[in-house]
Design a protein around this ligand. Structure first.
Ligand code: PBG
Length: 340
């Protein structure tokens, strides 16, 4: 078909059909792909978990997490400095005590192992990154649960949150800029906020492990912290099939004063990350947990996956889903190849 111009110029033709759409045009060269790329993970948004083990004379590699170490005080300081040097945005510290008891006393001891770790790391890194303490009792209890047990054998919620509140104040005194309660006890954020404020730590922020699922992907972490847990955490962590429960947990944590919220694990729960990111106006973090780490490492060790590309893809996916921060055991290693 031709259309005759009204001023009598040469006719021009219109396509017989709609043009063939060619999305591949923008994928043709690395430059075009870079220009049109939608998601970049930056080192600034990564948080490196680090473990200090009481009584070690040498750093010890965690068997189920090759490349991840239980640190000595010296090697912890070095690991913290290395993370800072490559621009890692935050460090999340865990302590592993030499001895445990049913009350988890080590968590609320001013000289407990995590307080030591926080003091050492805070002294090492100053304010060049953000130092975060994990609040929980599970590394410190002989039964391995995240709180103290009541007469019925289940975790006593209200007794446990009082201990978390004490731990929070000790961690703040030791240099934590953010505390992250991971025990999934009701009211934990409210108690921690009140205790921090009362002790004058108004500036210390709370990162709630708000939507934390009862996941089997935490398996290798239990190795990492020498957990003595028998049984499971289903009376306090969430059922993997539930969605609405996460919305409720997040809403409660925000009402109680959480400054940031977390979804955990990450990769198997990206729908939850996306949902929460759309609903809230605080930063949403996601924890790429130990099992996520070990799966890729194990497959890569057998030559079944391209390790580095798989890791970058997993981080990109978590960020794309809506996580502003990613807690990942690969933070220090991958920060240099990401943006700042
Ligand atoms: C509790 C805590 C756990 C993890 C982080 N904090 C273990 C649990 O809830 O059983 C898991 C992290 C991981 O698997 O990498 N202290």
């Amino acid at each position: 078909m031709t259309i005759q111009s009204s001023i009598g110029a040469a006719p021009f033709s219109t396509p017989a059909a709609a043009p063939l759409h060619r999305p591949r045009r923008l994928r043709r060269t690395p430059q075009l792909r870079r220009l049109t790329s939608e998601t970049q993970v930056n080192a600034a948004n990564l948080i490196q978990p680090l473990f200090l083990r009481e009584g070690l004379t040498e750093a010890r590699e965690i068997p189920s997490m090759p490349g991840v170490f239980q640190h000595t005080r010296d090697s912890l300081r070095k690991a913290a400095a290395e993370a800072v040097a490559v621009g890692v945005g935050g460090l999340m510290l865990f302590g592993i005590p030499e001895s445990k008891d049913p009350q988890g006393s080590g968590a609320v001891d001013p000289d407990g192992i995590l307080q030591v770790a926080l003091r050492d790391v805070a002294a090492e890194v100053g304010d060049s990154t953000v130092v975060i303490g994990d609040i929980n009792l599970d590394e410190y209890t002989t039964h391995g649960h995240t709180g103290v047990l009541g007469p019925d054998g289940d975790v006593d919620n209200d007794a446990s949150v009082l201990l978390y509140a004490r731990a929070a104040v000790l961690q703040a005194e030791a240099g934590a800029q953010i505390v992250a309660p991971s025990g999934m006890m009701d009211g934990q954020v409210r108690h921690i906020r009140a205790a921090l404020d009362e002790a004058g730590h108004h500036t210390v922020a709370i990162l709630g492990y708000s939507a934390k699922y009862a996941s089997h992907f935490y398996g290798p972490f239990r190795d990492a912290v020498e957990s003595s847990l028998q049984g499971n955490r289903r009376s306090y962590q969430q059922d993997p099939g539930n969605i609405r429960e996460s919305l409720r947990e997040v809403a409660l944590d925000l009402a109680e004063g959480a400054d940031m919220v977390m979804v955990k694990p990450a990769l198997a729960y990206l729908d939850i990350v996306r949902l929460i990111a759309e609903r809230v106006d605080v930063p949403v973090s996601a924890y790429q947990v130990s099992g996520e780490y070990s799966m890729i490492e194990a497959a890569a060790a057998r030559g079944w996956l391209d390790r580095d590309e798989s890791i970058v893809e997993s981080l990109t996916s978590i960020h794309r889903a809506g996580a502003s921060q990613i807690i990942t055991y690969w933070a220090t290693e991958f920060a240099p190849r990401l943006g700042r």
